[in-house]
Design a protein around this ligand. Sequence first.
Ligand code: SF4
Length: 453
Amino acid sequence: MGVFGVYGVKKAGSVIYYGLHLLQHRGQEGAGIATFSEDGVCHHHRGIGLVNDIFDAAKLAERDDSIGLGGTLYAGGVKAGLDNVQPLVFSHKSGDFAIVGDGSFVNGRQIRDYLENRGCIFQTDTDAELLANLIKKQASEDRINSIISALNMVEGGFAFVIMTKNRIYACRDKFGIKPLCIGKLGDGYVVSSESCAFDFIGAEMVRDVKPGEVVTIDYHGLRSRQYSQFHKNMMCAMEYIYLARPDSDIDGCNVHAFRKEAGRRLFRECPADADIVVGVPDSSLSAASGYAEESGLPYEMGLIKNRYVTRTFIMPRQDMREKVVHIKLAAVRSIVKDKRIVLVDDSIVRGTTCLQIVNMLRDAGAKEVHVRIASPMMTHPCFYGVDTTTPDQLLCSTRTLEEARIAIGADSLGYLSHESTRASSFGCSELCLACFNGEYPTALYQYDYEQDE
Ligand code: SF4
């Protein structure tokens, strides 16, 4: 999910609209915007599809609301229906409020049972609705204390922004797994999953929300409360590897810089005797440039991406879905023909896409294809809201390196080590590497899942 919030900025709906455009890569299944007008009326609109298709930019620009939230839906953990598109808006005797969140609770099933046993009926599959109901159930008169009590009941990897008619609250899980940052825009503030949204709207980065922190933003400015004394900085490694935009800075580390360093280290750990380096567009291009720079091999655009195909390009049959990669990507025959290629990719989940890209390069005349992955072997599922598929479908959950090489049809295969993945953040974060090593930062509660020893 991409989450975005605005406080104290005129035409908040319009600012959120552009912010969501810049967070579109974090979810393409749906989007929503909620704003409060000065008289406390909430204006809320949600839809299925891309930001551009859902909202009327001209209409949003007509409104003068100066506080609001927005979100783009990534249906990794929940069903892709309109009900699950956030922000969600709730009525309460203490005042209406809205909530938008990224990530997933690991004790969500227990929280749902707890709330259902106390009379709650749910309309969505979202953890945002669970958190909203926990907030509503807290007896405190003071909203911040209700939020803090609710946050102390949940565990997982998450970032939430909560809005009342006169303030917003930005909070992050105590392990710092999901990103959330604050920017300054004129006299007001913006909150975003990623800092890439700030430049375009003219905001300046203030700081990241800290793990285990709630930041209240209102006419006083920023006020911080640490809701958990226990906190660690274990940012999701996949944010740096694949999910985030390269122009974002997360916890002090630029995403492009991380990927490029990973590519450099990948060459040192897994060199290949080859003629050219080719990256899989788009998320692997930074790592490929690092690999090329370190190896001295020329970096070539051997694959071209059709930029008009999005992840919403849904095919009705599996055989058709498997051909999508041929619509998304094309090999440049004049570049790859008769060449020994190092193909750099950011990660391998199932391996089916990688196999098709290897075949595509061979069909275009490549002599050899040496696959180099700028992250470790993915062996475990994610429980924090990233849809990395079930363990039995992961290429490397049961295969050896050699078996994986055969499955993707490569001449050789190499992965970045855990140590080098950690080092690529330049010490900015400890990193969650659970889908690569099974060491989950949190307890897993509801999941009947045996960690490998
Ligand atoms: S398990 Fe993997 S995808 Fe999930 S939060 Fe950790 S690093 Fe990210």
